[in-house]
Design a protein around this ligand. Structure first.
Ligand code: PLP
Length: 449
């Protein structure tokens, strides 16, 4: 009966009745109706406060409700909202220049897209145009976006229902998942079998057919699988040896998330192409970017760049980007991400003493993930990678508890992500970890069983 619905229930009902929800069955969804948000907090229509421990989809790096962005966007819209990508605006030029300044090495020219997947698609096309080669090497435990090419490039199981028709020439390799090393080695004593594995695949596939290797600057939704310290440098060396381009997917790892502008910098490497999005506008408007080296850019001085989008370099999105990048600097958010990341690591390490369900904690700055296990010795996961719903009972309870306690958290299989906005304080981290601690009691019980 419509009359009995509260205003909040009506909002939720309209959404359920008339809109579709990503990555889920449409029945049994209980979305939070957000009315407003500020800093690290979301507020629903009933006034309940949620601590946003995942920065939206790990994109709202500057925190919510920053009115400087609103003003920059309004100002741009008052002047001009849209121009074709063959016209230019001050915002596009400024943002391009700024990206050239913060990107590592000689990455100086940017093609703007509307989001992460499109950045990946265009990076892949560009690598193929530039090299004249077809194959792309990517990792199984990686997500690069939901469009066909990006999705086939990633190995995230969300692609499996679409695999009856894959984008061709995507070759997959194993990740350096040290907690569960595919080669049964230990990081301190191994010979980086993860790297020799890639080299063997390159040889099998024929280096002369491989356009690029694509890897996240730092692993995100696959569980923040940390690279061994020298891993990306060794991958870079393989690329140089075989004349293969290195594409860094910095969609999630970019813009201060790891304490640096780009995670590539942390690893001391310069990729040939960076594909990025998310933090570039901190989610205030959709924008993606493909940043390429001087050398690649120069190849298109005389050759046609067969790429384009109606909304490439959208003035309003670029204006948001310019302002957001300035906010990272004015508020020293990169420095804070590094500091708070270290604090979080120290606090979670202490939590491990109380919570046997914590198998592993991996973080780089404020890109972090707790991996839950039934048994710390056997490392049996609390829910397997790509576990069916029937194996998710305990994890679902953990997630429901977090929501009830007032946390918006990103939970997948046996992973609880900790990736709050970079403006978070120690007190707010403590507040969040206390909620996680309370919810983990549910997982600990499963461990005892
Ligand atoms: N690449 C990485 C590493 C991501 O984490 C994501 C999204 O989560 C994407 C690409 C896709 O970005 P978008 O959802 O903006 O298309």
């Amino acid at each position: 009966d419509i009359m009995s619905l509260t205003a909040t229930q009506q909002i939720i009902q309209d959404n359920l009745d008339y809109t579709l929800f990503s990555w889920s069955k449409q029945k049994g969804i209980a979305p939070i109706a957000i009315k407003h948000a500020e800093g690290v907090y979301l507020y629903d229509h009933d006034g309940k406060r949620y601590l946003d421990f995942s920065s939206g989809l790990i994109n709202v790096n500057i925190g919510h409700g920053h009115q400087r962005v609103t003003q920059a966007v309004v100002k741009q819209m008052q002047e001009v909202s849209y121009v074709t990508p063959s016209c230019v605006t001050q915002a596009r030029g400024e943002l391009g220049k700024k990206l050239a300044a913060i990107a590592p090495g000689n990455l100086t020219k940017t093609l703007f897209t509307t989001g992460g997947a499109e950045a990946i698609e265009n990076a892949i096309k560009l690598a193929r145009l530039y090299t004249g080669r077809a194959k792309i090497i990517a990792r199984y435990r990686a997500f690069h976006g939901a469009s066909y090419g990006a999705m086939t490039a990633g190995g995230d199981p969300r692609k499996l229902p679409h695999d009856m028709q894959q984008a061709p020439n995507m070759i997959h390799v194993e990740d350096p998942y040290c907690y569960r090393c595919p080669w049964g080695k230990e990081i301190t004593t191994c010979s980086r079998e993860c790297v020799s594995h890639i080299e063997r695949v390159i040889e099998f596939e024929g280096p002369e057919h491989i356009a690029a290797i694509i890897m996240e600057g730092e692993s995100g939704t696959s569980g923040c699988i940390k690279y061994p310290p020298d891993y990306l440098q060794k991958v870079r060396a393989l690329c140089d040896k075989y004349n293969i381009l290195l594409i860094a997917d910095e969609v999630m790892s970019g813009f201060g998330r790891t304490g640096k502008w780009f995670a590539s910098e942390l690893h001391g490497i310069v990729p040939d192409i960076i594909a990025t999005a998310k933090g570039i506008t901190a989610g205030y408007l959709p924008l993606g970017a493909v940043i390429v080296s001087d050398k690649i850019a120069a190849a298109f001085d005389e050759q046609v760049l067969w790429l384009g989008l109606t909304y490439s370099a959208h003035p309003v999105c670029c204006a948001a980007g310019v302002e957001v990048l300035q906010i990272y600097e004015d508020e020293q958010l990169l420095e804070n991400a590094a500091l708070m990341g270290a604090y979080m690591e120290q606090q979670v390490t202490m939590m491990e003493l109380e919570h046997p369900s914590i198998g592993d904690f991996r973080n780089t700055g404020l890109l972090g993930c707790i991996e839950l296990v039934k048994n710390r010795t056997t490392k049996e996961p609390l829910a397997r990678y790509n576990a069916p719903a029937s194996e998710m009972a305990v994890m679902n309870k953990v997630a429901a508890k977090l929501k009830q306690l007032g946390m918006y958290a990103f939970v997948r299989w046996n992973y609880v992500f900790i990736a709050p906005p970079l403006c978070i304080t120690r007190e707010q981290i403590d507040e969040g970890l206390a909620m996680i601690s309370e919810a983990l009691a549910i997982a600990d019980e499963a461990y005892q069983a």
